[in-house]
Write a protein that binds this ligand. Structure first.
Ligand SMILES: Nc1nc2c(ncn2[C@@H]2O[C@H](COP(=O)(O)OP(=O)(O)O)[C@@H](O)[C@H]2O)c(=O)[nH]1
Ligand SMILES: [Mg+2]
Length: 341
């Protein structure tokens, strides 16, 4: 972003009677509520790690079919191609359009050479589609946004560490998207094993310089820095998902029965599901959306504009860009140069 021009510090004036501009916050809220919000999540990880189940558990709704069937008559489904499902969920008048993208269980095959390519391509294609819309001369007032705001990366609860392929894929993905890693099915580890596994994964993140979300930002205030420090300590979240209710102490809770007893998904002493859900929905939803736009999309856009300026042409999308968009692209590229990009 361009730096604001320096101006003399203005003194604050308090009007003598109520003017009414303080209602701007309600005006904005009304407009935003009418429009609703869009949140796009992609799930990456091997088949059977509980991706569909976790999404359904986070949003407390049956949004994705799980291979773990709801009834024994249903056939077993497994994900073989990138698919997205959209739902509008509503809470206290706030509408959230949720787009969940399920990816083929990468790493399932014998030859996993470049198996991450379709996933990375999918993420870039959404940036490219947005750029195209942004540059189209007669653009609509509101752009449909399919850019991925969050990539939930499922780590197998092996107890050993990341697999070499995980490191390669995490490196690639984190260039384009906010990556939130989770230790899948953490009920298969004891609390000690879980702590050791987590420490090992953290070491690997640091050693391989893997940049996980949330990021440091100079604009963060003291509270945001403190909150992010807590989150960074918790990442990767050791989660358990379940769509089944079980009865604990006379109460219905979402949980799993395993050979050691009952896991209450929402009990913070059992797993970190609640911490993950709070992080994704209650504290960082807006930041995930903003970071996608200001960091990931901005860097994609800058690269595309640079490529165009250097005569390489627009290389982001699979379709050629329209002549009017091309003209707008070069104008916008000039503007960016003037603004110091
Ligand atoms: N033990 C355990 N099993 C789980 C958990 N989450 C899902 N499962 C089970 O694992 C199987 C695969 O889950 P699914 O969500 O379809 O995995 P996906 O292929 O990654 O989408 C199902 O039988 C689920 O009930 C979990 O946290 N712990
Ligand atoms: Mg699935």
């Amino acid at each position: 972003m361009a730096a604001a021009p320096a101006t003399a510090q203005a003194a604050t004036v308090f009007p003598k009677s109520h003017v009414g501009f303080d209602s701007i916050t309600q005006q904005i809220e009304k407009k935003l509520l009418k429009r609703g919000f869009q949140f796009n999540v992609i799930c990456v990880g091997q088949t059977g790690l509980g991706k569909s189940t976790l999404i359904n558990t986070i949003f407390a709704s049956h949004l994705m079919d799980s291979k773990g069937r709801m009834s024994p008559e249903e056939p077993i489904r497994s994900t073989t191609e990138i698919q997205s499902v959209s739902h509008v969920i509503e809470e206290n008048g706030v509408r959230l359009r949720l787009n969940i993208v399920d990816t083929p269980g990468y790493g399932d095959l014998i030859n996993n050479d470049r198996c991450w390519d379709p996933i990375v391509k999918y993420i870039k294609d959404q940036h490219s589609a947005y750029l195209r819309k942004e540059l189209t001369a007669q653009r609509e007032g509101y752009l449909q946004d399919t850019r991925i705001h969050c990539c939930l990366f499922f780590i197998q609860p092996s107890g050993h560490g990341l697999k070499p392929i995980d490191i390669v894929v995490l490196k690639k993905l984190s260039e384009y998207v906010n990556v939130v890693p989770v230790i899948a099915k953490s009920d298969s580890l004891t609390l000690e094993e879980r702590a050791e596994f987590k420490a090992r994964i953290k070491e690997e993140f640091a050693f391989h310089n893997l940049r996980m979300y949330p990021y440091d930002n100079v604009e963060h205030d003291h509270d945001e820095v403190a909150l992010n420090a807590v989150i960074k300590e918790q990442v990767p979240f050791a989660v358990v998902g379940s769509e089944k209710n079980i009865v604990v102490g006379g109460q219905q809770v979402r949980g799993r029965q395993n050979r050691w007893g009952v896991i209450n998904v929402e009990d913070e002493t059992h797993c970190e599901f609640v911490a993950l859900r709070n992080f994704l929905t209650r504290t960082h939803l807006q930041d995930l959306i903003e970071t996608t736009s200001f960091i990931h999309y901005e860097s994609f856009r800058a690269k595309q504009l640079l490529a165009l300026r250097e005569g390489g042409g627009y290389s982001g999308g699979s379709r050629p860009i329209s002549p009017s968009a091309d003209r707008e692209l070069s104008r916008s590229s000039q503007r960016m140069t003037m603004n110091g990009y």
